[in-house]
Design a protein around this ligand. Structure first.
Ligand code: 5AD
Ligand code: SF4
Length: 474
């Protein structure tokens, strides 16, 4: 990946994680998560490592003793948002100091990794800067910050993986839980900061993944989303040598109580036959795949160092659809990469027309310092990028609409994972990752129920529970 399946600018804080052990003072911990699901997972684990110190998650920064901004560096705006957020926290920190207290501000994640000391220069209110590989050291860094006057920085890439140091979580799991199985990337797409912020590709050992998955299911998870920047390049140590993602999925699918599996984000180059066959053979592997393509032009793909051509992507999709005809595909697209001509852009539109995507993500190219793309000649003017993005998004939106409308009148299994905003409303997902709102009792949460889809909205579906005959008669 760098390519996360969804790119909410701000993911919600994690209210269900991290209860403190008894006998420790209660301290407020506020985590704001930016970027991809990997960051959402990391935020949960940060709450876990801080729980034994008495840190409890709060949903208002005003009640926090420690604020962690878990950042994303994938595009320029995301980093700027972090600096504005730090600015907004300044009065809070000043008020706390005036009252004789201390509010510790930590910047974690990929902006921290990429900018390092620059953050404390630009934002002296920041006490801790820590890269994505240093989360297990948070308790120590927090203690140091309390002692130190300046800020403390940990953006090293330790050889010992952080996963070995993270304690097992005890709190209930979300119905749909993230599980990081792979991190880092060796692909070096020329636009992308991930190989620099997340480091080299690393796969967690099979046994560690299976243990964590069993623990998640034991704590209530019914769906597991396997995460990795390049998740389908997974090659963790297991019995008999390195296991592929397909083999790992096969083993996970045997965990009793686990109803659904997904994985994200994949690189087209790593979509091998075993993984495609898994979509045919493993029924709990959901028929939705996020497979970023970035561009439909071979020249642009080559300049991006994606190492496939548009026709390769078309072929992979055809093979996937032959294996699992109903599979839904979402993509990531970048418009306005340096040198992209009108003809190149047209090829992207042609590819979109040929594939027909489920809801997807598209971005204007944003040159990231330190990446080869930032040095390329023939930048595309901002106005032209914006124009191309609008054209592409209109086309993708039309496909997303058609995709949702095609569900009307169908009966789909929905895994319910939360209450909705309106009274009596429960929310879940179809196998194709569409959000569905239904009027139902709380007891549906954590179960898969058949739902008749009655309406399609821009980003979600509305449905009615199909009750088993016995219940209708009662
Ligand atoms: N500019 C614009 N979009 C980018 N992405 C990654 N880096 C950049 C960049 N420099 C997009 C890609 C990737 C998704 C996570 O973000 O489409 O798949
Ligand atoms: Fe994904 Fe390419 Fe970035 Fe690696 S370098 S994370 S493959 S976009």
């Amino acid at each position: 990946m760098a390519e996360a399946m969804r790119h909410p600018d701000i993911a919600p804080a994690l209210p269900d994680q991290g209860s403190p052990s008894r006998g420790t003072p209660d301290r407020g911990l506020f985590i704001k998560t930016y970027g991809c699901q990997m960051n959402v997972y990391d935020s949960g684990r940060m709450a876990d490592v801080l729980a034994p110190l008495g840190y409890r998650l709060v949903d208002d920064p005003a009640g926090a003793d420690l604020i962690v901004l878990n950042t994303c560096h994938i595009r320029e705006k995301a980093a700027e948002k972090v600096y504005s957020e730090i600015g907004r926290l300044r009065p809070l920190k000043a008020r706390r100091a005036k009252a004789g207290g201390r509010l510790v501000i930590a910047v974690a994640g990929c902006v921290a990794q990429a900018e390092g000391e620059e953050i404390t220069r630009r934002a002296p209110d920041v006490d801790i800067v820590l890269g994505p590989q240093a989360y297990h050291r948070l308790p120590e860094l927090v203690a140091l910050a309390h002692r130190a006057t300046g800020s403390v920085l940990d953006t090293t890439f330790p050889t010992e993986p952080k996963f070995d140091h993270l304690p097992a979580a005890l709190s209930p799991s979300a119905v749909s839980a993230f599980l990081t199985v792979q991190e880092g990337c060796d692909k070096f797409c020329t636009f992308c900061v991930v190989p620099y912020t997340r480091g080299a590709e690393y796969s967690r050992p099979v046994a560690a993944v299976l243990d964590e998955a069993r623990a998640l299911v034991g704590r209530g998870a019914r769906e597991i989303v396997l995460l990795g920047q390049n998740v389908n390049a997974y090659h963790g140590d297991g019995a008999g040598g390195a296991w592929s993602l397909a083999r790992l999925i096969g083993a996970l699918a045997r965990i009793p109580g686990l109803l659904r599996l997904r994985y994200t984000t994949s690189h087209p180059l790593e979509m091998n036959v075993d993984l495609i066959a898994a979509h045919r053979d493993i029924d709990i592997l959901m028929p939705h795949l996020h497979l970023p393509v970035q561009s439909g032009s071979d020249a642009v793909l080559a300049a991006m160092n994606r190492r496939y051509r548009a026709d390769d992507y078309r072929r992979i999709v055809a093979t996937l659809r032959a294996a699992r005809p109903d599979i839904a595909l979402s993509g990531d697209f970048i418009v306005g990469f340096p040198g992209e001509t009108d003809a190149d852009f047209q090829r992207t539109l042609d590819l979109v027309d040929a594939i027909s995507f489920a809801p997807s993500f598209s971005f204007k190219y944003s040159p990231r310092p330190g990446t080869p793309g930032a040095l390329l000649p023939r930048p595309v003017p901002e106005a032209l990028k914006a124009e191309r993005l609008a054209v592409l998004q209109a086309r993708l939106d039309a496909q997303a609409d058609a995709f949702h409308r095609a569900a009307i009148g169908r009966r789909l299994p929905v895994l319910f994972d939360r209450a909705g905003r309106h009274p009596g409303q429960r929310v879940g997902r179809t196998p194709y990752l569409q959000t569905v709102h239904v009027a139902a009792e709380d007891s549906v949460i954590g179960t898969v129920r058949e739902v008749a889809i009655v309406r399609a909205h821009a980003n979600s579906l509305e449905g009615r529970l199909v009750l088993p005959p016995a219940e209708v008669a009662a």
